[in-house]
Design a protein around this ligand. Structure first.
Ligand SMILES: Nc1ncnc2c1ncn2[C@@H]1O[C@H](COP(=O)(O)OP(=O)(O)OP(=O)(O)O)[C@@H](O)[C@H]1O
Ligand SMILES: [Mg+2]
Length: 238
């Protein structure tokens, strides 16, 4: 489903140009659960933005479901994202002074889903992301770091995407909440066949994936099977 061939990404021009990706190639099949690891500044978020059709590579090809998305314009990319992709951003990007529920259902407004259905789907996504119902009508700027993260995850699930991209989704969570979040991803992967690509700094988190891609200085330095399939779901009886 994901087929990237020799993609590069250069930010800026002339003297200030910086090549964040230096020729990256791999494929990810439907239903895979892949972790991407690497030092800060190695190009992980840059790669994820390209995989998520938020940005296009400077050179190289990206085929998503056999469609060449590397040359699409912004409008075409937005359509692909709306129907296929759920994104958990490193910086979350929630709207402040807007309720939890509205933050989650907004993607469905743009997708043209009716009012009652989008509210139901948003509530369901919030519950599966481990968000307590008593907080649904709180404003997002009144939440703790962990709660913000759960809202961001719910928002990524609400359009029922086939591809879920998550940038450090457990970064600020305590161990138990982190396990619940990983359990949600594992359930989506195992029971619903969703493809998941997750960026993390933590080897423990990466071990929840089936495959680990290591990035350094804008290049892939290894691509291996994870050693053990540690299931957060089973540990927490979910
Ligand atoms: N919009 C931008 N303009 C210029 N340079 C950028 C831009 N975005 C990222 N970079 C640079 O590209 C490199 C890769 O950034 P990227 O955000 O992909 O790293 P990362 O691996 O996600 O790091 P982290 O683990 O800290 O999140 C960095 O050196 C960064 O400074
Ligand atoms: Mg990053």
């Amino acid at each position: 489903m994901i087929d990237v061939r020799n993609i590069t990404k250069t930010y800026g021009h002339g003297d200030t140009a910086f090549q964040a990706l230096k020729g990256v190639s791999f494929t990810i099949n439907d239903g895979e659960f892949v972790a991407i690891m690497g030092p800060s500044g190695s190009g992980k978020s840059t790669l994820m933005h390209i995989l998520g059709c938020l940005d296009t590579p400077t050179s190289g090809t990206y085929l998503l479901d056999s469609k060449d998305v590397s040359t699409m314009n912004d409008e075409e990319l937005a359509d692909i994202r709306k129907d296929n992709i759920g994104f958990v951003f490193q910086s979350f990007n929630l709207l402040p002074r807007t309720t939890v529920l509205r933050n989650v259902l907004l993607p469905l407004v743009y997708a043209g889903v009716g009012e009652e259905e989008r509210e139901n789907r948003a509530k369901k996504a919030l519950i599966s992301a481990g968000m307590d119902e008593t907080h649904f009508l709180h404003k997002s700027n009144e939440l703790s770091g962990g709660q913000i993260q759960r809202v961001a995850i719910a928002r990524a699930l609400v359009n029922d995407p086939t591809l879920i991209l998550a940038d450090e989704p457990t970064g600020n969570l305590d161990t138990k909440t982190g396990e619940i979040v990983l359990g949600t991803f594992q359930k989506l992967n195992e029971d619903h066949g969703r493809t998941i690509v997750l960026i993390t700094h933590e080897p423990d988190v990466a071990e929840h994936a089936q495959r680990i891609i290591m990035v350094r200085d804008g290049q892939i330095i290894s691509d291996t099977k994870a050693h053990k399939q540690r299931s957060a779901r089973h540990a927490f009886g979910k």
